[in-house]
Design a protein around this ligand. Structure first.
Ligand code: ADP
Ligand code: MG
Length: 713
């Protein structure tokens, strides 16, 4: 060995550069998962100060929503960001913040606290196939670790798993060498939810008094997590505000209260999600603009309340076993090993209990196909047989996996969420049937909002969700974004530059619900581009697009005819007078006859069209299909349509006594009135048909609109 080294040095003529295997071996050691992620925090969404703040909020809010839903509790979540250096100079690039998230979930039993908050890759969701927001078991502990690295401060946890017993108050820091927690404080306390938080500002005090913020009755059990970190609080795209706004849209069953820090980093307060309440708040008109709309986001003393939009929890989801068609060979081998280690049972039992959709019949078919019997032990299967089994899985026709593991948002809730968060005039939503990729069931939903406060000259805004969590980064890498670009928006009366996003006042929402969302990275920002997934997305978008097209074509036609009628009505008064002068015929009668004819000719303005643009009968109910809302008060009036009053005619000269008797005193017909203030925000299609400025039909009788009854049809 020594001689070999000498030889090499001699060959090079200079001192040897390469290390020996022995020397290298001295440096070879295990990398702990936490050491790895300390160096690679960007993989988890902690790339910069701004994103670190967002990711911390996101991980905690995701966990709170997951925990509440799993426990069957309507989620009430408080997100509080305190600026710990409010007096920093204006030039400071970032600041130190304390992020606190309090939920009214089931709490965490004392003995699990260290594992959950002090260990990476520890969680309840990784090993099961069930729809949830978290899946890797790397969320909240990574946020705590990032806080520890940037400020040296431990996590502060309150958790109350039992309503009748005191809460636990724990401070812990992760030892990144061992990936284990080090607890620095551990005591019991009655202070839950922490009193200090209710007294933070005038806004929190007022909301506490109103019972909206951290009320002890609502937070009988729950968890509060505080993390101190170096961050940057700034509004705009990819901000905490946008995240919460979108979370509220996709989770209308949750109430979220947000207490922002006292100072906002001002630069680049750029594009807020147009048409949202956050954007409106920026323009200083948040609180009671459109007070007739349902459950709107409100602001009290700087505190934002995203109210609950619906009164029921999403349906409970079931855990499923993997489907044979989605399994990979290596995984199958591992599953067999695990089964042998735990159960030592037969292959026949293994197939039926560890997979979904394998009946006793199918299991024995599989066994005989690889030359095994129903009694062969799973552990005795040869590697070649496993490979054969894998092929048989592929060839066999099996029912698709069950879908009760999924909880799509649903058309009604999608609309309620969008209505709450985006101020538009037309909303449509659709939920596809469940489909399968790699043996894993998934379901796609899409919704669109059009018009109203949305800017008309920009590319549509795409908002993406996976298992109800908003995805804020890497948009162009996401299969949902590609699906929006591939949808033929031109067919739906929208502009669309070749291969691009549609242009117009449009927000497009896509949601993928799955037991395992194929993210492109650990920070869970974009959905991988599987053909099956993209196709479902496109189909869902097309369903919404068709409804939008129907609405837009109808609106265009109504406007056109309304304008034509306008022109007619402007001149027939003059014509009637002139004819009266020439013929002596009663001017009012001529006017009425001409008016009648004009209205007949432009009757389309009052008509309704079906999905294919054909005229439907007036009394036909199902105009756009299901899942559509039109908000009347948000529709821009027809430009330059000043109401036209009929002219005043002189009393007709009596030709004979009868005519004089028929003649009514000239009384102007009531001119078109603007929509009455306080009219319900939601209209049915019938109201839509009456929306011409020149001739309002009497408004149909409607039941008073209530918050949790968005009028869907
Ligand atoms: N607020 C909470 N309430 C109850 N349980 C929680 C809460 N936060 C986290 N947990 C538990 O801690 C586990 C680990 O959370 P996390 O590190 O975010 O990973 P993941 O969410 O991917 O499982 C979760 O699986 C859940 O069981
Ligand atoms: Mg999580």
């Amino acid at each position: 060995m020594e001689s070999a080294v000498k030889e090499r040095s001699a060959q090079g003529g200079t001192k040897r550069r390469g290390a020996t295997a022995e020397e290298m071996s001295a440096r070879q050691k295990e990398v702990s998962v936490s050491e790895f992620f300390v160096k690679n925090r960007h993989l988890l969404g902690f790339d910069n100060a701004r994103k670190a703040l967002l990711t911390t909020v996101k991980e905690a809010v995701d966990n709170s929503l997951d925990a509440c839903e799993e426990a069957g509790i309507m989620p009430d979540i408080a997100v509080i960001i305190e600026d710990l250096e409010p007096k920093r100079p204006a030039t400071a690039k970032q600041s130190r913040y304390r992020v606190t998230i309090v939920d009214n979930g089931p709490g965490i039993v004392r003995k699990q606290v260290e594992n959950i908050f002090g260990r990476l890759l520890y969680g309840s969701k990784f090993h099961r196939l069930k729809m949830s927001r978290g899946q890797q078991g790397i969320g909240i502990s990574a946020a705590g670790m990032n806080g520890l690295i940037t400020t040296g401060r431990p996590m502060l946890i309150y958790t109350k798993p039992n309503a009748k017993q005191p809460a636990h108050h724990i401070e812990l820091a992760m030892n990144t060498k061992t990936n284990r927690a080090e607890v620095t404080l551990d005591k019991e306390t009655k202070d839950f939810p922490p009193e200090r938080l209710r007294a933070l500002s005038a806004g929190t005090k007022q909301l506490s008094q109103e019972g909206v913020f951290l009320s002890p009755e609502v937070f009988a059990t729950g968890t509060s997590v505080s993390i101190e970190l170096e961050g940057k609080y700034q509004k705009g795209r990819g901000s905490v505000d946008e995240f919460l706004e979108l979370t509220a849209i996709a989770n209308p069953h949750a109430r979220i209260v947000f207490v922002p820090p006292s100072r906002v980093a001002q630069e680049e307060v750029d594009d807020l999600l147009p048409g949202t309440s956050a954007a409106a708040a920026e323009e200083g008109k948040s609180k009671d603009s459109k007070s007739d709309a349902p459950a709107q986001t409100t602001e009290t003393g700087g505190v934002t309340v995203f109210p609950r939009g619906v009164a029921e929890l999403p349906p409970e989801t079931k855990e499923i076993q993997p489907h044979p068609k989605g399994i990979e060979l290596g995984i199958l081998l591992q599953m067999l090993k695990d089964y042998e280690a735990s159960e030592k049972g037969s292959l026949y039992d293994f197939l039926q209990t560890r997979f979904c959709r394998v009946s006793a019949n199918t299991a024995s078919k599989f066994c005989s196909a690889i030359g095994a019997t129903s009694r062969t032990r799973a552990g005795d299967i040869e590697p070649q047989q496993v490979e054969k089994l894998f092929k048989v899985f592929e060839d066999e026709k099996l029912a698709p996996p069950p879908t009760d593991c999924l909880a799509p948002i649903g058309v009604r809730q999608l609309l309620a969420g969008l209505l709450k968060g985006v101020k538009a005039e037309f909303y449509a939503a659709s939920t596809r049937e469940a489909a399968v990729y790699r043996g894993r069931p998934f379901q796609i939903e899409a919704a669109i909002a059009f018009g109203g406060d949305l800017p008309g000259d920009q590319a549509a805004r795409v908002i993406r969700f996976a298992n109800r969590v908003p995805l804020l980064f890497q948009q162009s890498a996401c299969s949902s974004f590609k699906a929006v670009e591939e949808t033929p928006w031109k067919n739906y009366a929208m502009q669309q530059p070749r291969g691009g996003l549609p242009v117009g006042p449009l927000v497009v929402m896509i949601h993928m619900a799955s037991v395992w969302v194929p993210f492109t990275s650990e920070s869970k920002e974009a959905i991988a581009d599987y053909d099956e997934i993209r196709k479902e997305m496109r189909l869902a978008l097309m369903e919404c697009g068709r409804k939008l097209g129907t609405y837009l074509r109808k609106r265009q036609k109504m406007r056109r005819e309304g304008e034509r009628r306008d022109v007619f009505e402007r001149y027939i008064g003059e014509i009637a007078k002139a004819l009266n002068a020439i013929t002596g015929e009663d001017a009012k009668r001529i006017y009425d006859a001409l008016l009648e004819q004009a209205r007949r000719k432009t009757a389309v303005a009052d008509q309704q069209l079906d999905e294919d643009g054909k005229v439907v009968k007036d009394d036909e109910e199902d105009d756009f299909g299901e899942g559509v809302i039109v908000v009347e008060s948000a529709i821009a009036p027809i430009e330059s349509a000043a109401p036209i009053a009929p002219p005043v005619f002189d009393a007709p000269k009596p030709k004979d006594g009868k005519a004089a008797k028929d003649a009514k005193p000239a009384k102007p017909e009531p001119a078109a009135k603007p929509a009455p203030k306080g009219a319900p925000a939601i209209v049915t299609k019938k109201d839509l048909s009456s929306r011409t400025e020149t001739e309002p039909k009497p408004a149909p009788k409607k039941k008073p609109f209530t918050d949790d009854d968005p009028r869907l049809f």
